[in-house]
Design a protein around this ligand. Structure first.
Ligand code: HEC
Length: 141
């Protein structure tokens, strides 16, 4: 048996390893594409959900909040806020801002109309039904 580690052996290990992990990568990517639609139920994005997502995206809510762990850590997680608080609380909360309570962090007043608030709640409800494997792990993010 050859004792010397030749260039061609090194090349074969490199190419074989690269091919092996490329195949694993492709299989896992394919699997993710199979799993995601079952988890995000994008087919349940009604026009209200889409409008609410647009409002949340264009009012920089993630400048302060996180959504499914992504965003800023100034204010509570919004991905699960519908399950924690419910739609009525969320509407009343957004209307009541800023609270002006001394020592508490403040959220701006956005002056949303009733139908805009309904859309935001529809979006937050849809968000709360995404299967994120319970991410983020602490309830308020
Ligand atoms: C300037 C920062 C800021 C922005 C921008 C902001 N928020 Fe907030 N929000 C806060 C803070 C701070 C709190 C928590 C205040 C407290 O607990 O007294 C909060 C709380 C909330 C709550 C209640 C959360 C809970 O767990 O009870 C909801 C719902 C909410 N925000 C929705 C939104 C939405 C929707 C937007 C975008 C339209 C938004 N926020 C934009 C700062 C912000």
């Amino acid at each position: 048996m050859q004792q010397v580690f030749t260039k061609s052996m090194a090349r074969n290990i490199f190419l074989g390893g690269a091919a092996f992990f490329l195949i694993i990568y492709l299989v896992l990517t394919y699997d993710s594409w199979q799993q995601i639609p079952k988890r995000d139920h994008a087919d349940q994005m009604t026009p209200a959900v889409i409008a609410g997502k647009y409002l949340v995206d264009t009012h920089d809510c993630i400048g302060c909040h996180t959504i499914n762990g992504e965003g800023s850590y100034y204010a509570p997680e919004l991905g699960n806020v519908y399950k924690r608080r419910g739609g009525a609380f969320i509407e009343a909360w957004i209307r009541a801002q800023p609270t002006g309570v001394a020592g508490r962090r403040q959220m701006p007043q956005f002056n949303f109309t009733q139908s805009q608030l309904d859309d935001i709640v529809a979006y937050l409800k849809w968000l709360s039904n995404i299967d994120t494997n319970n991410w983020p792990p602490n309830i308020q993010g």
